[in-house]
Design a binder for this molecule. Structure first.
Ligand code: NAP
Length: 263
């Protein structure tokens, strides 16, 4: 089995990564940074976001495992004290993998620039470079609303516990193939109206954002930020691709939600 390790780069994570390599040396693992079957991310959920973007070109052939060196994470759910069991499980068991939905974003430009296809594990947000963000929101080809406010956050089910949650979005179980659109401080008065609630779209529905006047935006995709100019449209839907997590034991999603947010 070919394994790659990505680490947050802090001292605690590097110590854990070195221990992993030591334990793995007793088994027939091959360290392979370019074409891994398994990527072990050591750090936090943020580290797994980096690992996902590093290996998103080989999602069909690679499964991810997250070891956390800080607090319990949603993607990083193994403890440093469980490293030996993790390596034994990896070496001995044909692992079961669970697949989580991803968000596909396609940005089209009016200046002839090639369209941009982006995959997100957590979410994509769109805001104005300056001034109020104004955008037409179309769902399944029909105008739904003209949004005015700070911005919009379009998240995956596994990203629903991240930025989306801070915006009052619902937590979605990652077995649901859907995306969620959450508002950032919408302007609602007698003149301007938005729905005011997060929307959950199934995998068969596409959401298209079309600029009304301003065509320059700031887009974030997971941990990355990009300025987009001359935007014609931003299309969001559930991606055909999924991310696979190697599972060696049950760890129900709702337990993770409870352990992270309630106790
Ligand atoms: P960061 O600002 O260093 O960390 C953001 C926090 O979000 C970290 O505590 C991270 O956990 C946590 N996180 C990441 N993915 C999560 C998930 N799926 N469920 C629950 N918590 C999650 O930034 P970063 O590490 O580069 O991560 C980028 C993410 O930050 C974005 O995708 C966005 O979701 C999130 N973010 C949140 C807010 C907000 O809540 N107001 C604002 C901006 C961005 P770890 O500590 O385990 O890494």
């Amino acid at each position: 089995m070919k394994v790659a390790i990505t680490t947050k780069g802090d001292k605690a994570s590097n110590v854990v990564a070195a221990k992993l390599i030591e334990y793995m040396s007793f088994y027939a693992f091959e360290m392979n940074e370019d074409n891994p079957d398994i990527v072990i991310s050591v750090g936090g959920d943020g580290t797994l976001l980096y690992a996902f973007h590093k290996y998103k070109h080989r999602l069909r052939d690679t499964a991810f495992v997250g070891v956390h060196t800080g607090h319990l994470g949603f993607y990083a759910d193994w403890l440093p004290s469980e490293l030996e069991s993790l390596v034994i499980a990896l070496a001995n068991t044909p692992f079961h993998s669970v697949k989580y939905p991803l968000l596909e974003v396609i940005v089209r430009f009016s200046n002839g620039e090639k369209e941009l296809k982006i995959l997100a594990l957590n979410e994509c947000t769109v805001k104005s470079v300056e001034g109020t963000f104004v955008i037409d929101v179309e769902i399944r080809g029909q105008l739904f609303e003209t949004f005015r406010g700070d911005g919009l956050c379009i998240s995956t089910p596994s990203g629903s516990t991240a930025y989306n949650k801070a915006l009052g979005g619902a937590i979605l179980h990652p077995s649901i193939s859907a995306i969620q659109i959450a508002e950032m401080a919408s302007i609602n008065n007698r003149v301007f109206r938005t729905v005011g609630s997060p929307l959950i779209l199934p995998s068969t529905h596409t959401c298209m954002l079309k600029p009304v006047s301003d065509v320059n935006f700031i887009m974030t995709v997971d941990h990355m930020r990009k300025e987009l100019n001359d935007v014609k449209s931003i299309q969001c839907r559930v991606a055909d691709e999924t991310i696979q997590f190697a599972r060696f034991r049950p760890f129900p999603f709702w337990n993770r939600v409870r352990d992270s947010f309630i106790r």
